[in-house]
Design a protein around this ligand. Structure first.
Ligand code: PMP
Length: 313
């Protein structure tokens, strides 16, 4: 028996338990897929879910899919409409995580030539409240270095690349930490396993530049725009040294799943006073109300899904 949920699979909406691929699928063997993580944020007062910056997510997905030489028959606009329909068909009335996956569907296990492999896209959604277990994080520096542009582009969400993140996150969890922070090969702190990295020093916001093997996060971009326009902060994009983080006034991580979350401790060094700092807290609260469609100035970042639009059957 299924749970009544549907996924978009092979060009149509099907019960999620029927969205299955054969074991010979190329993407399972080699990580030849790109994915996105998009939030649908339930606003109970308005009876709507607000999908945050879906066009930006789908544009990044389409860039990744064409980099992997896929030719998907959908535009970013089509994929946004399908995502709205997906939430409405599932009648979700809670926060969800939307997961589009564009993958090499070819049943070819001994072919490493991307241009010879067929592809497809699936979109699914799962309920997701808080991704990180704590409101302020205990972090460690990952012993694994961040994968670099000379190996596989970290700026695209390529499935295989995530083994790098998963090694670091697993190590952090087994060490009693909430999250791992990666260094690149020159020793700069670059990002979390699934989040971008910010620090606050003397009232300025500092974050690694896009050239530092990071994913150009959509939350990062939103936070920088809000920092400039709403909190009137100066922003510096420059490499960050590991010890600079220990000495920062505030450190926080940003991501679609993680939202804006403060770091209290890194490698057993307390950051600031060991609590969420004032700039982090202001940004976290502003971001939270924007993604729930509560701030009219930023409603253009949200696409609404209305669970009651389709009759419940
Ligand atoms: N870095 C990595 C490695 C990530 O996986 C994510 C999550 N997508 C981010 C940063 C944050 O990106 P975004 O804000 O677009 O979710």
């Amino acid at each position: 028996m299924g749970n009544g949920q549907v996924a978009f699979f092979q060009g149509k909406f099907v019960p999620i338990e029927d969205a299955k691929v054969p074991i010979t699928t190329h993407a399972i063997h080699y990580g030849t897929a790109v994915f996105e993580g998009i939030r649908g944020n339930w606003n109970a007062e308005q009876g709507k879910s607000f999908i945050f910056r879906p066009f930006e997510h789908y544009r990044r997905l389409l860039q990744g899919s064409s980099f992997l030489r896929m030719s998907l028959p959908y535009s970013a606009e089509d994929l946004v409409s399908l995502s709205i329909e997906l939430l409405e068909r599932n009648h979700f009335k809670e926060d969800v995580y939307i997961r589009p996956l564009a993958y090499k569907s070819a049943p070819k296990v001994a072919n490493l030539k991307l241009h010879e492999l067929e592809d497809d896209i699936a979109i699914m959604a799962v309920p997701l409240g808080n991704y990180l277990a704590n409101d302020t994080l205990k972090c460690m520096t990952a012993s694994w270095r961040r994968i670099e542009e000379t190996m596989i582009p970290a700026r695209l969400k390529i499935s295989g690349v995530y083994v790098n993140s998963i090694l670091a996150k697993t190590d952090a969890a087994l060490s009693g930490c909430d999250e791992a922070i990666f260094l690149d090969s020159s020793g700069h702190a670059v990002e979390g396993s699934g989040e971008n990295l910010f620090m606050v020093k003397h009232g300025r916001l500092i974050t690694p530049p896009e050239s530092d093997s990071i994913l150009e996060g959509i939350t990062r971009d939103s936070v920088m725009e809000l920092a400039r326009n709403e909190l009137h902060l100066e922003i510096e994009e420059r490499p960050i040294g590991r010890a600079e983080l220990y000495l920062a006034d505030e450190v926080f991580l940003t991501g679609t799943a993680a939202h804006v979350t403060g770091v209290a401790e890194l490698d057993h060094h307390q950051i600031g006073n060991g609590e969420t700092g004032p700039i982090t807290a202001a940004m976290r609260d502003l971001y939270k109300s924007i993604i729930q469609g509560k701030v009219s100035k930023y409603l253009h970042w949200c696409a609404a899904a209305i669970p009651e639009r389709l009759a419940i059957n």
